[in-house]
Write a protein that binds this ligand. Structure first.
Ligand code: ZN
Length: 99
């Protein structure tokens, strides 16, 4: 199938486009990026939410969100930075609890 966001050919069972990194729906090859561009920066919000529970995911999504916000007139930048900050605090807290 083809990614609806960037148009590159990707494996039929791909969940994430190998070219642009957007989530794709395997059945209809619907890219969530199109939806995301209308609504804002989904990665930043995902990172913000995840950072409370899983700091590592918060870092990943927050980092992706931050790089995407640069291409989208700063959309989601605050969420991305908050996600990275909360993930860092969460990581320190997790370490403090473990050791
Ligand atoms: Zn793509």
């Amino acid at each position: 199938m083809f990614c609806t966001n960037c148009g590159k050919e990707i494996p039929d069972n791909a969940v994430v486009c190998t070219a642009c990194g957007c989530l794709v729906n395997g059945e209809r090859a619907v890219s969530y990026c199109t939806q995301e561009q209308q609504q804002g920066n989904g990665m930043a919000i995902a990172g913000f939410v995840c950072s409370f529970f899983v700091p590592l995911l918060g870092w990943i999504f927050g980092g992706i969100g931050l790089s995407r916000s640069a291409k989208r007139n700063g959309k989601g930048k605050a969420f991305s930075i908050a996600a990275l900050a909360i993930a860092s605090v969460g990581f320190v807290l997790n370490m403090a609890l473990l050791f």
